[in-house]
Design a protein around this ligand. Structure first.
Ligand SMILES: Cc1ncc(C[n+]2csc(CCOP(=O)(O)OP(=O)(O)O)c2C)c(N)n1
Ligand code: SF4
Ligand SMILES: [Mg+2]
Length: 280
């Protein structure tokens, strides 16, 4: 049985501010993968650029750092080449929903069997506090000096509009619940989005640990996870933000739909490099 300690990177110099919500997510993720008994050699973390995107360097496993906004395409490719791997694409709100917004949309349409964890601190942390796609209206920054005027991007509503097969939101201040949501997302067959509220204590003084606690509540058993319209109703709720699994359905995955696996389950990475065979 794996323990969170098994994923520790010896000598890692963690470059996050003391007290940052990213530490909580790092610990939660280690516990989740330990409880699922995932061997580090079977796990791939893929990220882009940002504070959140540093997380693969702090977990002992295979990892790939893409360009800014470019975590999802390599994650999709890695899973397609070796479906035996557990692939988690993990980055910040700017990386996934802003610079990577196009990939976010089309990755969901493909439905690869990967988990997409987004550290949503509603700000660009690494570049020192500019507004991100999920920054709330009136949020003041050194760039948006009179406050953000744009409507915040709603990742859950967009994912549901595209019929993502698993859509969830968590709060880094709630370690137990977040761990269980991440475990279910990893176990889900198909694309799974877990948007995690994460305080940036340095550049977002509005959306704090306290704010997230006071402005969230958990969906209860009355919520029907197979009902897309009900999930959408919950996703557009902003007076208080619901947490938990909004939607969960079974669909064919990208790997299952990829013709190179028709009648041949041998993973691509094990095959002879015959381009003719690949494009048939
Ligand atoms: C194409 C490109 N545009 C902009 C940048 C600069 N940049 C690096 S990280 C970042 C924002 C990261 O924000 P987010 O993804 O929310 O991560 P956080 O640091 O908040 O965890 C930006 C704008 C870049 N590296 N590449
Ligand atoms: S700037 Fe914000 S997101 Fe980045 S490490 Fe510091 S608290 Fe965390
Ligand atoms: Mg951010």
């Amino acid at each position: 049985m794996m323990e969170p300690e098994n994923y520790k990177v010896e000598g890692a110099d963690i470059a996050w501010c003391a007290g940052c919500g990213n530490f909580g997510i790092l610990n939660i993720l280690k516990k989740a993968i330990a409880e699922l008994d995932i061997d580090p050699t079977d796990l791939v973390l893929v990220s882009g650029i940002g504070q959140a995107a540093k997380i693969p360097q702090y977990i002992k496993c295979n990892y790939f750092n893409g360009l800014h906004g470019r975590a999802l395409p390599p994650a999709t490719g890695i899973k397609a080449a070796n479906p035996g791997l557990i692939v988690i694409a993990e980055s910040g709100d700017g990386d996934m929903y802003g610079e990577g917004g196009n990939h976010f949309i089309h990755c969901i349409r493909r439905n690869p069997n990967i988990t997409n964890i987004v550290h949503n601190n509603m700000v660009y942390g690494l570049t020192k506090g500019q507004a991100s796609p999920t920054s709330q209206k009136d949020f003041k920054t050194p760039v948006q000096i009179n406050g953000v005027t744009l409507e915040p991007f709603n990742p859950l509503a967009v994912a549901l509009a595209l019929d993502a097969s698993f859509v969830a939101r968590a709060n880094s201040g709630d370690p137990e619940q977040t761990k269980e949501i991440i475990k279910k997302a990893i176990q889900h067959k198909g694309y799974a989005l877990v948007d995690i509220f994460q305080p940036c204590i340095t550049f977002n003084k509005i959306n704090t640990f306290k704010w997230f606690k006071e402005n969230t509540y958990y969906l209860d058993d009355a919520h029907d996870k197979q009902n897309r319209e009900a999930a959408f109703q919950k996703a557009i709720q902003t007076d208080k933000y619901p947490l938990g699994i909004f939607y969960e359905v079974q669909k064919q995955t990208f790997e299952e739909n990829t013709n190179v696996y028709n009648g041949n389950s041998n993973p691509l990475y094990k095959r002879e490099r015959d381009i003719g065979e690949l494009i048939k």
